[in-house]
Every structure is written in C-alpha cells, then in structure tokens.
Design a protein around this ligand. Sequence first.
Ligand code: MN
Length: 216
Amino acid sequence: MPSYTEAISAAGGVPVLIPLGLGEEELLAIFDRIDGILLPGGGDVEPSLYHGNSHMTLWGIDPERDRTEFILSRLAVQHRKPVLAICRGIQVLNVALGGTLWEDIGSMIPDAIEHDISNGTPRNHLSHPVNIRQDSVLAKALGRTECRVNSIHHQAIRDVAPELMVTAHAPDNVIEGAEIPNHPFAVAVQWHPENMIADDPAMLSLFRALVEAAAQ
Ligand code: MN
C-alpha cells in the first residue's frame, strides 16, 4: 500500500485510506468528503459477480473488498468524481459497470504474451509495450501514445462494460487501459504506475492528472 499513498503525496494530493466493513451510508459519507478515488491493485474479483467461472489460478478473493470497491466505483461514476483505477482496479471498475473478465490470461487466451511477471522480478520491471489511443485522457495524462509498462496480472478485461472505452492494448491485444468518455476523470490502467514513478516521470503525471481533476 505505501507505493500508492506515496504516489498520491508526490503528485500533491493527500492520501486517505478507506477501511473495509463499512455500511453503504458510511461509505457515502466518506465519499462526500473526499475529492477523488484510487482503486488499487490486489487479488481477483469473485467470478460469480461477472457470471464467470472458478479457476485453479484464482487468488486473493475477498467478497467484502469487492462489495466496498463496487459501491465506491459506482458512486464515482454517478457523481462524476475523479477516479484512477490500477490493475485490480481496472477489473473492479469494469465488473462494477457490467463488464466481464478473463479468469486467467495464460490458460484462456491463445498466443498471449506473459503478463504475470511477479515471481522474484522487481515490480518496476518493464515487461511489454502498450499502444495508447491518441484521443484518450490517458494519452494526454502520460503525454505519449506508447510506452513500456510493468505487468503483474493474470486476469484482464474480457467484455468491456458499456460505459467504458478501451484506451490501451498490449501487443497480444490484451486490454491494458480504459476510461469513461465525458467523465471529468475516470481512467484505468492494467499496469502498476505507482511502481514506476522513480523511473518514468510520465507515470507520476498520471497521479498528477488525478489530483488536478480532484482539485477542480
Ligand atoms: Mn500486461
């Protein structure tokens, strides 16, 4: 968790952690008092939430975390509050808005490149390039339409939620970015920019874009 809060601080924001186990009214009370939301990385979303299937590679399922983050995701969309979704976050946002996931890239997508570079590899290791849609908020925030990114995920967006627009792909067409058009700032990436800010100023710019949108 420190890398997320450090990135928000470095971008000029003030990080606040939201605990699990709160009721919907309590979450709404917190939501009303904050200026933006960051949906961080973590374990897999419970597959029944997207009519998916169990899979031997699933890990870290946490129904309470799913519940809390789905509520916050939908609030951020409904109330047009800035949201940056990272790794698990892009998957949470997609499922909360009606999309689905590949339960496991490696065993379900033929010819996929390796996306789950986690065993013993530093989290800032640049694994693969991504192509970014030119007219996206993501490209504007990063200041570029292609870059190399780290890749620490075994799942990805399958069916894109109706409200989301895909903004980035890996060379194997796995979805690496998405955003909500006409929302002040609802940007999602499949990689981990918080682990890259020391190496690549563009990745800090992504957090700056969130903080700037939140300051409006
Ligand atoms: Mn990847």
